[in-house]
Design a protein around this ligand. Structure first.
Ligand SMILES: [Zn+2]
Length: 223
C-alpha cells in the first residue's frame, strides 16, 4: 500500500461462513488499522473497566444478547480519543440493526464511514461450508466432510473425536441464515441509500477474494 495516510473506516457485512472474520482481519492488517468484532470491543472495554464495557460483560456472561443502548455505549467508548476505534477500523458483525447503523453515524460525527462492504456468498455455499464442518472436541481443529482427518474421524493433531457441533446442523444454520437476512437486508438498504454499499463476490480462494476487497476499497476510498 503506497501512501496510506488515513486508515479507512469500513464495515464488513456477510453471512456466517462467508469468511468475513478472516477477510476483515486481513483488510485491517493491509490498511494498518484495527479489526474489531463487537465481542472484541466488549472484552476490550470490560478489561479497561469502562462502565458500558462491564455492563456488556454482565449480559454476555449470562448468555444474553447485549441491548442496543449498551452496544452503542461501548462503541462510543471505543471511539473516544485513545480508544481502539480512534482512527480507522474494520467493523465485523456490527451494526446488526438499522437503529445501530443510525447511532453509529451519529457517534462517528464529522468523520463518517468510508465504505460498507457486503461480502456476498450464496446460501448453498455457506450451508455446505458450515453443515459439512466437523470439529475436534478437544483442540477445536476444523475439518470438513470433504476434507476429513486421515483415520476414522479422529483428530490428526491430538487423536480425539472429531464431530459435528450441535449448532452446525443444516436446520440450525438455516435458522441463523434466515435471522441474518431479516436483520441485514434493512441495513443494506440503509447504506445503499447513502451510497456507501458495495457488494463483493466472496466466492473463491481467500487470496482472490482479498484482492477483490482491496481493489474495491482503493477504488472507493482515498487511502
Ligand atoms: Zn484435536
Amino acid at each position: 500500500m503506497a501512501n496510506c495516510s488515513k486508515p479507512p473506516r469500513l464495515v464488513l457485512l456477510g453471512k456466517q461462513g462467508a469468511g468475513k472474520g478472516t477477510q476483515a482481519k486481513r483488510l485491517a492488517d493491509h490498511y494498518t488499522t484495527v479489526h474489531l468484532s463487537t465481542g472484541d470491543m466488549f472484552r476490550a472495554q470490560a478489561a479497561q473497566g469502562t462502565a458500558f464495557g462491564l455492563e456488556a460483560r454482565r449480559y454476555m456472561d449470562a448468555g444474553d444478547l447485549v441491548p442496543d443502548e449498551i452496544v452503542m455505549g461501548v462503541i462510543e467508548e471505543c471511539l473516544a480519543p485513545g480508544g481502539p476505534l480512534g482512527d480507522g477500523f474494520v467493523l465485523d458483525g456490527f451494526p446488526r440493526t438499522v437503529p445501530q447503523a443510525v447511532d453509529l453515524d451519529r457517534v462517528l460525527g464529522a468523520r463518517p464511514l468510508d465504505l460498507v462492504i457486503d461480502l456476498e456468498v450464496p446460501r448453498e455455499i455457506v450451508l455446505d461450508r458450515i453443515a459439512g464442518r466437523r470439529v475436534c472436541v478437544s483442540c477445536q481443529t476444523v475439518y470438513h466432510i470433504n476434507m476429513p482427518p486421515s483415520h476414522n474421524w479422529t483428530c490428526d493433531k491430538c487423536g480425539n473425536e472429531v464431530r459435528q457441533r450441535d449448532d452446525d446442523t443444516e436446520e440450525a444454520v438455516e435458522r441463523r441464515l434466515q435471522l441474518y437476512e431479516r436483520e441485514t437486508v434493512p441495513i443494506m438498504d440503509y447504506y445503499r441509500e447513502r451510497g456507501l454499499l458495495v457488494v463483493v463476490d466472496g466466492v473463491g480462494e481467500g487470496d482472490e477474494v482479498f484482492e477483490r476487497l482491496v481493489k474495491v476499497v482503493n477504488d472507493h476510498v482515498q487511502v
